[in-house]
Design a protein. Structure first.
Lengths: 110, 109, 319
């Protein structure tokens, strides 16, 4: 039983870490702000969620487990809000700039 | 198990620290904010792993505090971009639009 | 053990590199975003140094309130930034400033390295004298029992700071509502956040104050969280900041310091010294002081961020 829980921890935490890696790669490699935002919000919510899932079998006190879940729920809430807010600032100035696609295409090659 | 959790914490922290390259490069302020945001979530994950691995419950509370206030910097950032006045114009929209595009232009290399 | 050392060294290098970048970057906005990231990393550094109380303060202040304050300042200064960059001081002056700063940093490093081994510490003395105070967290014990006078001055100094901020108000605006808070275009996401987050935040803030007696946490961290939640509601436009002429508001601002001083003066008769607590009553008194101080500090921090009173042009119809 313990072994199974440990395996669950290892699998979930590793998957979470991979999602953080994917989010970072997306943040660095994606061509413009909106796609980077997409990479970030997906990856860090899922990544943190999997890390929390993996940590749950390792804590004994129910209150500690509740604390871990609370961290994830707060991160989900703020992640969703921040995504909305930042997307608003990213899309507003871009609409009135015709050269935007060209600039981004250039930026993605560096 | 402790070593695995500590290793995972180091890995996550190292990964999101790499994301700080986006902070250096920009090009827009929103991109920089994204890097800070990713560092925030990664830091929360690393603290949770560290807290469970070492059994120090208070570290999880630091993570809770970070998660609670994570949105704050971005809210402040967005409201700074849209800051309507300080000088006393009645309509926020006119004022905010040129201000924010100026911000982005100056930053573009 | 060595792998932990490698990770810590990498963390230290990262913090140093980020700090250098924040100092050297030109655009104020980028520097502030970098500073927020720096605050996050510092919180992790304090955790690694086993100073969880400090980590909590850094997490609450460094990423939350300071970010808001500095981003607001950067937005306000943006129109003048270009002129400032073009009129920057000459090479000689910059070299001189750099040399002096480096000298200070080297001096501090030398002082730390020259500490005798083992470093002089009062930790054992504190640990021995903690039980009479009734609190389990040594940091709270030092702050509110052994060095209560420092904490008293710290909580009093916030009030002159607020008076200083208020004093830059224009004459006709005096007595009105603070007007420096940004008011973004009403986005539904922000409204949602300002409605959902504060209940959790208030719970966590009170939890931090209550827990501060025995575990890391305390009034300042708790008050910062409460202030952040209040500011969030104000920014989202769900509530107006109170007018500074409001008498109840002013009473609430000073009540923390007044209760602290009152209990301290009572200690002269009851326990033979200013700020001494009578035998057996230390813990309830410390909790009472923490509770009212939390309220006053939270209000003061919130109003410090809300800025000086301004002419209320946006909601003019209502006042």
């Amino acid at each position: 039983m313990n072994l199974a829980l440990d395996i669950l921890t290892i699998v979930a935490v590793s998957l979470g870490a991979i999602f953080f890696l994917a989010g970072t790669v997306g943040l660095l490699r994606f061509p413009d702000t909106l796609t980077r935002l997409h990479a970030l919000t997906k990856a860090d919510n899922l990544g943190l969620g999997l890390v929390v899932l993996g940590l749950l079998p390792q804590v004994s006190a129910p209150l500690a487990a509740l604390g871990l879940l609370a961290v994830w729920l707060l991160a989900l809430l703020s992640g969703a809000t921040v995504g909305q807010l930042l997307a608003g600032t990213a899309s507003a100035p871009d609409q009135d700039r015709a050269e935007t696609p060209a600039r981004h295409a250039g930026a993605s090659h560096d | 198990m402790t070593e695995f959790l500590l290793g995972a914490a180091a890995f996550v922290l190292g990964t999101v620290a790499l994301g700080l390259i986006r902070l250096l490069r920009g090009p827009g302020h929103a991109d920089r904010m994204l890097a800070a945001q990713l560092l925030g979530t990664g830091g929360v994950a690393a603290l949770l792993l560290l807290g469970v691995a070492t059994g120090v419950g208070a570290i999880v509370e630091v993570a809770l505090l970070l998660a609670l206030l994570a949105a704050f910097a971005s809210v402040a950032f967005v409201s700074g971009i849209h800051r309507p006045d300080g000088l006393g114009t009645a309509s926020g929209t006119e004022h905010a639009a040129p201000g924010s595009s100026d911000e982005n232009k100056r930053d573009t290399p | 053990m060595t792998s932990a050392l490698v990770v810590d060294a990498a963390l230290a290098l990262l913090v140093l590199g980020l700090a250098l970048w924040v100092i050297s970057t030109r655009a104020a906005y980028s520097a502030v975003v970098g500073f927020v990231a720096y605050g996050l990393l510092m919180a992790i550094v304090w955790v690694r140094l086993a100073a969880v109380d400090v980590a909590m303060t850094e997490a609450a202040l460094g990423t939350g309130l300071t970010g808001l304050l500095l981003l607001g300042a950067a937005a306000r200064l943006a129109p003048y930034e270009a002129a400032e960059v073009s009129s920057r001081p000459g090479r000689g002056l910059r070299m001189l400033i750099g040399l002096l700063c480096a000298a200070i940093a080297l001096g501090l490093a030398a002082v730390v390295l020259m500490l005798p081994d083992p470093a002089p510490t009062l930790a054992l003395l504190v640990a021995e004298n903690l039980p009479p105070t009734g609190v389990g967290n040594p940091v709270t014990g030092v702050l509110l029992a052994h060095r209560a006078i420092d904490t008293l001055l710290e909580s009093v100094v916030l009030i002159p700071a607020l008076i200083g901020v208020w004093s830059v108000a224009a004459d006709p605006a005096w007595g009105g509502r603070p007007g420096s808070l940004p008011r973004p275009q009403s986005g539904s996401a922000l409204t949602l956040l300002a409605q959902v987050l504060p209940p959790f935040g208030i719970l966590i803030g009170i939890h931090l104050v209550w827990n501060g007696a025995d575990d890391p946490g305390g009034k300042f961290q708790g008050a910062t969280v409460l202030a952040a939640m209040w500011i969030l509601v104000l920014i989202a436009g769900l509530r107006e900041p109170p007018a500074v002429r409001d008498q109840r508001l002013r009473v609430l601002l000073v009540i923390g310091a007044l209760v602290f001083i009152g209990i301290g003066v009572a200690g002269i008769w009851l326990a033979d010294a200013f700020l001494a607590y009578p035998e057996g009553y230390a813990k309830p008194l410390i909790l009472a002081i923490e509770a009212v101080l939390t309220l006053s500090i939270a209000l003061t921090l919130g109003l410090l961020l809300a800025g000086p009173p301004a002419n209320d042009h946006r909601s003019g119809g209502r006042s």
